[in-house]
Design a protein around this ligand. Structure first.
Ligand code: UDP
Length: 195
């Protein structure tokens, strides 16, 4: 889709409806798609962090989660249409997964939080398949076993909740190993679902 360049960071200029259509089509695809939901802080960070800049540019979908991005876009006539938050997009993706018996894995949050989140999600989104969960505070040397667990779970969708930009860097680093169809960085959403 059309991109809006906010301080040279390309953000998809799409509505929530279009973002939902896109992300759900990714679930039915056969290669990993990377979805990020940056706020203005990430756009600022990408100005000085070349790696983050490349990572965002290589994403399959980048939705404008911060109202500041919409304001910046309107001021400069950059073409963003409306705010598409990670929390809202995740909600719609969970609805799709529930209706289509797709499986999800949540990685991130303090110990116990991801488990609470998937428990609440299973109750709220009937029909969804919970493939697994993992907190976001394991040791560096445990990363391979975490990735094995995610892959063996057979999850269609992986929500990575390590905060930005840690989650975007994590997804990028492991993109060639991950077998899921969608890896989406959604920060504090794990805490919201944990209630
Ligand atoms: N987090 C994590 N591992 C870390 C650092 C943070 O799992 O090493 C989690 C933290 O517990 C929280 C989530 O990342 O659940 C998002 O944090 P924050 O709200 O600060 O990030 P944002 O949503 O603003 O990007």
């Amino acid at each position: 889709s059309k991109k809006a360049e906010i301080l040279n960071v390309p953000i998809d200029a799409i509505t929530m409806k279009e973002a939902i259509r896109k992300v759900t089509s990714f679930v039915e695809g056969d290669t990993l798609k990377k979805v990020y939901t940056p706020n203005p802080e990430i756009v600022m960070l990408a100005q000085e962090n070349k790696e983050l800049d490349r990572i965002v540019k290589e994403a399959d979908l980048v939705v404008p989660d911060g109202i500041g991005l919409i304001i910046a876009s309107k001021l400069k006539s950059k073409g963003l249409i409306e705010r598409v938050t990670g929390v809202d997009l995740m909600h719609h993706l969970l609805l799709y997964c529930a209706s289509n018996h797709k499986s999800i894995y949540i990685m991130g949050g303090k110990p116990g939080v991801a488990e609470m989140a998937v428990t609440n999600i299973a109750a709220k989104y009937k029909g969804i398949n919970i493939a697994g969960f993992r907190d976001g505070y394991y040791k560096q040397e445990e990363t391979e076993s975490v990735i094995n667990d995610i892959n063996q779970s057979g999850a269609d969708v992986l929500f990575v909740c390590l905060g930005a930009p840690r989650q975007e860097i994590w997804i990028d680093k492991h993109k060639d190993q991950l077998k899921c169809k969608v890896a989406m960085g959604v920060g504090g959403s794990v805490d919201i679902h944990a209630g």
